[in-house]
Design a protein around this ligand. Structure first.
Ligand code: URA
Length: 442
């Protein structure tokens, strides 16, 4: 009965022509260009349960196969953006700059970049998500700090950013619910891999978060969403265009995700590594990505060159102002920095051979970590913040047989050593070193 009613849902355009979802699917199937009203009809109808999952997934598949024009992508972004709350940050003085990462194992950059940028006088009012799948989320990492409150009211959030320059909270607002519903369907129907759909999805949420300027870290590599530099560049260019269409400056940085970022993987362990980095003792790759993202954010916030911004950022990392800002943020959000427990059950895994590390499969390490309860299998799952890995070797390092490759922090049954060792490829010769920062696109 429901299907029968749904089949005949009609709507009228401004010209008085009728619209129905079957015609819209057919039009896109034949590689037509959809109007704003047709996309709006489909998305809002799906959000209101008037259009079936099967119909929306057919339309999405036609979009994946036939592509979307820039105008269709702008329209889809706009409709999803307006489907929920749009955060108003206008009561925070000055330019607000946000950052986003397309996600990677060991990516704890927000924990460092947010206070570092704020210490240079640029406001960052950041809302982050929880981890799902093989990568962790910033909110789960922050919650490993005893007492840290990620659920500030809108008023406290704005007050904190005005007073100390930054805050990192969980999404209390309902940002782009149409994207949330569509993304869940895409995940089940093999319709994730489309550059316009990914760009519209990311940008609808970022634009709804209310910042004036946005820096996006697009991860590239075997362990990232974007496996190839060409597709990552295409995605980045499209997101910059969507920003321009909305009057917001967006800069994308293409960064290497061929191995975990930094040495620590796991919520509490990553907070420890972030603190070390803020104390000038961070691993080279993590420091390099952090410095690049922070310099671009400061240059956007202060309208200065990236080189001048980099000088300020380096100085504030060196002189401890960035770490002081991190401590201020943790104190404002009732966290106790002295108490970030990690598991006491530590197991050392040794190399089975001598040679150069040529590959570390971050995706598989992330999945093993998830099986240790570090990450959730579904949105409501509980996690263990104290578990994870600390890598002793990265790609390019030389390792001797029986030398430690990594430490495992765990609370579950023994880890499958062979499975972990299989994540490492060790060869007689060094692999060609790939750049860490590929390109900046603006
Ligand atoms: N991340 C998103 O938010 N959306 C996508 O479509 C893909 C990655």
């Amino acid at each position: 009965m429901f299907f029968y009613v749904n089949f005949f849902i009609l709507c009228y355009t401004k010209n008085g022509d009728s619209m129905n979802i079957i015609d819209i699917i057919n039009k896109k199937r034949k590689d037509g260009i959809l109007t704003f009203e047709e996309i709006e009809f489909a998305i809002n109808g799906f959000l209101n349960d008037e259009i079936l999952d099967s119909q929306m997934s057919s339309l999405l598949m036609a979009m994946v196969i036939n592509g979307m024009s820039d105008q269709e992508t702008f329209d889809m972004t706009d409709i999803m953006l307006k489907s929920g709350d749009i955060v108003d940050l206008s009561s925070i003085n000055g330019i607000k700059v946000d950052k986003h990462s397309t996600g990677g194992v060991g990516d704890k950059t927000s924990l460092i970049v947010v206070p570092l940028v704020a210490s240079c006088g640029v406001k960052v009012a950041k809302m982050s998500g929880r981890g799902l799948g093989h990568t962790g989320g910033t909110i789960d990492k922050l919650e490993s700090i005893d007492g840290f409150n990620v659920n500030l009211s809108e008023e406290s959030f704005i007050k904190q950013v005005n007073e100390i320059g930054c805050a990192l909270i969980s999404q209390t607002f309902e940002l782009a619910p149409a994207d949330k519903k569509i993304y869940a369907l895409r995940d089940k129907t093999a319709t994730v891999e489309s550059i316009p759909l990914i760009a519209a999805s990311i940008m609808s949420k970022k634009l709804a978060s209310g910042a004036d300027k946005i820096v996006i870290d697009v991860k590239v590599g075997e362990d990232a969403f974007m496996k190839e530099i060409d597709s990552a560049r295409e995605l980045a260019k499209l997101m910059v265009k969507i920003g321009k269409n909305k009057g917001k400056e967006v800069v994308c940085v293409l960064t290497n995700m061929e191995q975990p970022l930094g040495n620590h993987i796991g919520n509490a362990l990553e907070v420890h590594e972030a603190i070390k980095t803020l104390n000038n003792d961070g691993p080279k790759d993590l420091v390099s990505v952090v410095m690049t993202l922070a310099s671009i954010m400061v240059s956007l916030g202060k309208s200065i060159s990236i080189e001048d911004a980099k000088t300020e950022v380096e100085e504030n990392l060196r002189n401890g102002k960035a770490y002081q800002k991190f401590k201020d943020m943790v104190a404002y959000q009732q966290g106790n920095i002295e108490n970030i427990p990690v598991s006491k059950h530590v197991f050392s895994i040794k190399s089975s051979k001598t040679g150069f590390i040529t590959e570390i499969n971050a995706y598989r390490l992330g999945m093993i970590e998830r099986s240790m309860n570090a990450n959730r299998f579904n949105q409501d799952g509980l996690i263990d913040a104290t578990v994870g890995f600390v890598l002793n070797k990265k790609i390019g390092d030389y390792v001797l047989e029986n030398e430690e490759l990594l430490k495992v922090y765990l609370n579950t049954n023994d880890v499958n050593v062979k499975e972990v060792l299989d994540c490492f490829e060790i060869k007689d010769n060094l692999a060609q070193e790939l750049p860490l920062i590929y390109e900046i696109i603006k």
